[in-house]
Design a protein around this ligand. Structure first.
Ligand SMILES: Cc1cc2nc3c(=O)[nH]c(=O)nc-3n(C[C@H](O)[C@H](O)[C@H](O)COP(=O)(O)OP(=O)(O)OC[C@H]3O[C@@H](n4cnc5c(N)ncnc54)[C@H](O)[C@@H]3O)c2cc1C
Length: 498
């Protein structure tokens, strides 16, 4: 019907994008009585850069004092050390080393140390190569010194993003998946924003927050702010089997260059070994391919730090796309015109670390600039804590037995590599997972050595049963990414022959 636009209700705040930035802002604003909706175009979260990164909670020594990155990163670091307990996501306090080879790189370590002190980073010390190798015996013998940062930590980035949005939803925020912002709504004079138009109709609100990652410049132009450009920059990774996860016990950086922080080697929050990323500018915002040259560069860079990494123990590769901004620093701004529009753009590394601090700042910006259109009344029903789905793999045997007694689904292993039970998959679906990829992000079936070879059919079966739909309708990640096309031994005949 031409001219018909579906109206999806009135809100106080609309957030475009549910990466770590959108999720932390939603959680921060859910402390107040305001009505919040998060619009996310993907079918599973995290989807953008928040899904594919190094998951490092940086200490805060990398960025120029006085920059927004230097302000938000150390604060975000401190917040994560509390938030992971409040919101029950995995964070491991491994600490980090920046490794230097020779005098010129050692001079750079000193610069980072001073920068860190100025930024308020804590727990730093420059140590000798010898001292590094006492803690990390697999590191290269030609590393001459290293900057240790005790407050560096590793998170499970899927769990962290889900935790913030899960808690925001518990506190009343609405999340609309597969909902792509394709335009903004304004008042008659275009002096104020009035909402967002999407593939699912119009959402109305006097405040719109643009947290769309590599698309922030596209959305910003819709509001008339074309003062920055995003240059998508891909980083490629290898992830290795848990059996070699113990080759390092902390996060190892190369000495940074003009291109970025360089290739890193780390023990992940889930005990794998992770190496990467490269840094290659590309035209496409959604191109998350890996390439032979990119992976070779990753591997060669990682072996400069840890020479013995065995390539044949890699279980998969992936890449993430950074929202590199031409202006350099994070760009967080409430526009004067149209009023109500807030850009949270150029959030590249250390964006994951900075996100909770950015979220607090965005709330302050709103309070200062838009306090007349959105009321900041504390919600007495706000609950700051939430629990993740129990991680069967980490539980002691007595607890496993207790759970299996309470519900036999806790005794049914779906994913053998990661010891994921049917009960975990069912709970992920109850909390909103609708695709095979979403279940994987929630509770990890398919992240192990066989990469879903054994568990995917079981996950499809459970999704189909729990959602009450045919297995033929189950997708990997939404759209037409169907897992199954029909029954076996039934040739697909052309329609005319049926
Ligand atoms: C290779 C790499 C390594 C990194 N390593 C680290 C690290 O170790 N530590 C660290 O602190 N930071 C790191 N970062 C940076 C960090 O990952 C990002 O700063 C952070 O994830 C950005 O979050 P975001 O929410 O802004 O963007 P994203 O996570 O990209 O989220 C944006 C969301 O917006 C959605 N969206 C886009 N357009 C629309 C639309 N029109 N309508 C609705 N939804 C839309 C997308 O689907 C996406 O889900 C790394 C980044 C990369 C790429």
């Amino acid at each position: 019907m031409q001219g018909f636009v579906k109206e999806n209700g009135n809100y106080d705040v609309l957030i475009i994008g549910c990466g770590i930035v959108g999720a932390t802002i939603a959680r921060e604003l859910s402390r107040y009585t305001m009505k919040i909706a998060v619009l996310e175009k993907a079918s599973d979260i995290p989807f953008g850069a928040s899904r594919a990164n190094s998951s490092m909670i940086h200490g805060g020594f990398d960025d120029e004092p006085g920059s927004a990155k230097a302000k938000f990163c150390p604060k975000g670091n401190r917040m994560y050390h509390r938030l992971h307990e409040e919101l029950d996501f995995k964070l491991r306090k491994f600490g980090s080393f920046v490794c230097a080879k020779g005098e010129s790189e050692e001079r750079h370590l000193k610069k980072l140390f001073e920068q860190g002190k100025a930024n308020g980073a804590v727990g730093m010390e420059i140590v000798s190569g010898q001292k590094l190798r006492e803690k990390e015996p697999h590191t290269a013998p030609d590393i001459t010194a290293a900057l240790w940062c005790e407050s560096g930590a590793i998170v499970n980035n899927f769990e962290a993003t889900l935790a913030f949005i899960d808690n925001a939803r518990q506190n009343g925020a609405a999340l609309f998946m597969e909902t792509s912002a394709d335009g903004l709504l304004f008042d008659e004079t275009r002096s104020s924003v009035r909402g967002v138009s999407t593939n699912r109709g119009n959402f109305r609100a006097p405040v719109v927050i643009n947290a769309s990652g590599v698309y922030t410049d596209v959305i910003s132009r819709m509001a008339g702010d074309d003062s920055f450009i995003i240059h998508p920059t891909r980083g490629e990774y290898f992830i290795f089997d848990r059996t070699v996860g113990g080759m390092v016990t902390s996060f190892l950086f190369s000495c940074p260059s003009a291109l970025g922080k360089g290739i890193t080697v780390t023990h992940t929050a889930d005990d794998n070994l992770l190496i990467g990323p490269t840094s290659v500018q590309q035209a496409g915002r959604d191109n998350r391919n890996t390439t032979v040259p990119g992976l070779d560069e990753t591997f060669d860079g990682a072996r400069r730090l840890v020479p013995g990494i065995p390539r044949n123990m890699a279980i998969t590769t992936f890449s993430g796309v950074r929202a590199n901004i031409n202006t350099g620093d994070f760009y967080i701004k409430a526009l004067d015109r149209p009023r109500g529009f807030i850009n949270v753009a150029g959030i590249k590394s250390p964006g994951f670390t900075s996100a909770p601090a950015i979220a607090e700042y965005v709330a302050e910006l709103m309070r200062e600039n838009l306090g007349d259109v959105v009321k900041f009344e504390n919600d007495p029903a706000f609950v700051p804590e939430r629990k993740h789905i129990p991680r069967f793999i980490d539980l002691p045997n007595e607890e496993r037995a207790r759970l299996a007694k309470s519900d036999p689904k806790w005794g049914q292993i779906v994913c053998r590599c990661e010891s994921v039970t049917e009960a975990q998959v069912v709970e992920a679906i109850r909390r909103g997972a609708r695709t095979v990829a979403a279940v994987k992000l929630w509770v990890r079936p398919g992240t192990g050595r066989c990469q879903g070879g054994f568990c995917s059919p079981r996950v499809v079966e459970i999704l189909s049963r729990e959602l009450g739909i045919s297995p033929l309708e189950i997708t990997r990640h939404g759209g037409d990414s169907y897992m199954l096309t029909g029954k076996t031994k039934q040739p697909l005949l052309p329609e005319s022959a049926q």
